[in-house]
Design a protein around this ligand. Structure first.
Ligand code: MG
Length: 505
């Protein structure tokens, strides 16, 4: 029997959910294995972990495609009078089954194998700054991605098929329109800030090179999460090479951060970013527990939550003040920071080579470059031989700087080696939607930065829970935005946000 609740009543849906429990349990285990691999697994455990995770993935596909199960879902598609969550269950399962049916197990296995090999090759290539050694793997990754796109089918171009996997219903032309919408404002903003001397937003700040004691920063991160009302009985904070969030379910959501020993904003904002992802998963309604719709609906909506907390709340003036206070209390090794200085430090703007270190004004240019290159590669307009040169040209075109190494250019991201093609635009979706949320929230609740800094985080969190989180994946991303914010994705609020913050001060 599925958890005692009354959102699932239909006998057919209840039967589906009952059978789904095994599939859900595999996902639960996979999530824990994945989290462990990035945090506590001894390095040599990787060989056996790879076997286990490959076979669990295959088991997952087999169970989802079992004729009896597929038949139930097919029947449910015809069912009338279902509740919204019941329809959500059918939508999510149908999407997954349709996708897996079109991809032969041999191809799925080939992709999994290539991912492990390409990621390993990427790590070594990045260390030696050697693009040539990675090139054949990247070529293979894009060849497989093209095959996946052809098998899945698409409207206008292969990129559609891949993007839809990460952002349901979002097409290449939507992504293009999104970039066309925001890029002129970002260009104008960047040009103005770069010609300004002694403006509010400096290009660099002395705190960026200042060292801190890691043990103290750990205490600061805990204090930040306390201010954000992080439920420690349902979550953890650990350390990993690249910060991430893993959800085992609604009551067990874990985040990580990293400590570099200097430039303390990096670890603080990484923690706040991951908190945003975690809060989404933690606030899904418990009636959806252990069902196909018990998690965030898409990468873009997920990123809207992390960016909302990291940038809109975290980099606001009131929160910069609150963070400065925490730093002064918990990190004496920094020797005291001034609130206004901390705001300037948190919001430095400067074209830089590395995406993950980019500020609000330059970040989306990094995404646009990757989007353009991925599309051209998939459409065979360019080959992997052309990639580094084109990458560097685009960096120069948009940001006026040129990488001198592959490491600072085409080899910097893990995504392509992991086969994640079509993923990058979801980061910009997140930025755009985070500003829509800000405007909607300001109309009914007030300013989230001030509320959070005053210790009223729960008011902000409750608003997000009601509008977005509690639904899990009940609605598709666009449906959710229309229902909750009254409008599908719209770039105007983001343009207003950037203009107000950076051009009108
Ligand atoms: Mg994120």
């Amino acid at each position: 029997m599925v958890a005692g609740n009354n959102v699932f009543k239909d006998a057919l849906i209840l039967e589906i959910l009952e059978r789904y429990r095994t599939i859900w349990s595999i996902g639960h285990a996979q999530a824990l294995l994945g989290w462990d691999m990035e945090t506590y697994m001894p390095p040599e455990g990787v060989a056996e972990r790879a076997i286990a995770s490959q076979h669990l993935s295959m088991l997952n596909q087999r169970l989802l495609l079992e004729p009896g199960f597929v038949e139930l879902v097919e029947k449910a598609k015809q069912r009338e009078g279902l509740t919204d969550p019941e329809r959500g269950v059918v939508r999510v399962l149908d999407r997954e089954i349709t996708r897996l049916k079109k991809l032969p197990p041999k191809l799925v296995g080939e992709i999994a194998k290539t991912r492990v090999e390409a990621q390993d090759a990427w790590k070594r290539a990045r260390e030696k700054d050697d693009y040539q050694s990675f090139k054949p793997y990247l070529d293979k990754v894009f060849t497989l991605a093209r095959e996946v796109a052809e098998r899945l089918g698409y409207e206008d171009e292969p990129y559609d098929a891949l993007l839809d996997y990460y952002e349901e219903g979002f097409r290449t032309r939507d992504a293009q329109a999104m970039f066309d919408g925001i890029i002129p404002t970002l260009k104008k903003t960047l040009d103005k800030l770069m010609t300004e001397e002694d403006g509010l937003y400096p290009k660099t700040h002395p705190l960026e090179s200042k060292e801190y004691a890691v043990g103290e920063a750990e205490e600061a991160n805990k204090a930040v999460l306390d201010l954000l009302a992080f439920p420690w009985k349902r979550g953890r904070l650990d350390v990993s090479a690249h910060p991430f969030t893993t959800s085992m379910g609604i009551r067990d959501v874990r985040i990580t951060t990293r400590y570099e020993g200097f430039d303390i904003k990096r670890t603080l904002y990484a923690t706040i970013h991951e908190y945003g992802h975690a809060l989404y998963e933690l606030q899904v309604d418990e009636s959806l527990m252990a069902t196909p719709i018990d998690g965030g609906v898409s990468l873009g909506i997920h990123e809207s939550q992390s960016r909302f907390w990291e940038n809109i709340v975290g980099r606001s003036r009131p929160m910069a003040g609150a963070l400065a206070e925490i730093v002064n209390k918990k990190v004496p090794s920094l020797g005291g920071v001034d609130m206004e200085e901390f705001y300037r430090y948190a919001n430095t703007v400067k074209p830089s080579l590395i995406r993950v270190e980019a500020d609000e004004v330059t970040y989306n240019f990094h995404i646009l470059i990757r989007f353009r290159l991925e599309r051209m590669l998939l459409n065979r307009e360019i080959s992997v031989d052309d990639l580094p040169e084109l990458w560097n040209n685009m960096m120069e075109e948009y940001l006026g700087i040129r990488p001198k190494t592959y490491r600072e250019g085409v080899l910097q991201d893990i995504h392509w080696s992991g086969g994640l093609i079509g993923y990058f635009p979801t980061y910009t979706i997140g930025n755009v939607v985070s500003a829509q949320i800000l405007e909607a929230m300001q109309q009914t609740l007030g300013d989230p930065g001030s509320l959070t800094a005053q210790g009223k985080t729960r008011e902000v969190a409750t608003w997000l829970r009601e509008k977005i989180h509690r639904h899990g994946s009940t609605y598709s991303p666009q449906e959710l935005l229309e229902r909750s914010l009254g409008k599908a994705m719209d770039t105007e609020p983001y343009k207003r946000y950037i203009t107000r913050k950076y051009l009108m001060q």
